[in-house]
Design a protein around this ligand. Sequence first.
Ligand code: T5A
Length: 230
Amino acid sequence: MTIEEIAKKFRPPAFPGSYFLSFEGIEGAGKSTQILKARDYLEEKGFRVLVLREPGGTSFGEKLRQAILNSQSPIHPVAELHLFASSRAQLLSEVTLKELGIPNTVIIYDRYLDSTLAYQGSARSLGFEAILQSHTSFPLTLVPHLTFYLKIPVNLSHDRQKMRNAPKDYFEKQGQDFYQALVDGYEKASALFPERILQVNGAQDVEDVFLDIKNHLDQLILENNSRPEN
Ligand code: T5A
């Protein structure tokens, strides 16, 4: 089976009136900044919004997050893949699937499957096929209705990390080649899931980035004819 054929098996969850969204990008792309704006906007529209982060979001997942991001020694790429997938399966079953069952809910993930494709599949060289094959059991077969990929160049990622002046975590310590492989990985993921992944120019001003996102959110809600405010 080709990776395109495997990719077709991934589907968004079917809960009428509720949406599953994710935000993606390299370090400092502006995900957290834009997620808060999207949350406020969707709440104004009358949705109930939950923001969840990966890895993490459950007590089991937060322990895995600490184990990975605070690791002082190298973790094997296959171990990384399974740690992220474990956190994801737990978050989907413990929180996401239950909450989406409540009408007019929006779940926003700060990183999801495309992070694993870019970080472990591309930058850690495991390949897309290995990542997708490890996600073929439910609930890992679920994908968001829309994914916003905030695209920034590698040098801007470094500039924003420097400005933040926080201690570097496990992945932030990686070199230029790793970051370039992440960008390549996100491009490849966007080509594999062209309807789900929307590329947004993350190098613009915060407000201009959000304007692009807002237009896509309006379109998604209109297409599905579900406006709780009406
Ligand atoms: N990981 C995760 C994997 O390897 N595999 C996986 O499967 C998964 C799920 C998670 C790490 O785990 C890895 C990837 C990550 O390395 P994390 O702590 O969640 O780690 O780190 P990030 O998600 O990368 O979070 P960051 O905080 O680094 O990036 P954000 O959220 O994209 O950026 P944000 O919004 O905090 O902004 C960064 C800075 O830039 C400014 C902000 O004010 C902030 O100072 N900024 C802008 N400045 C100018 N113009 C704009 N448009 C700006 N937008 C933001």
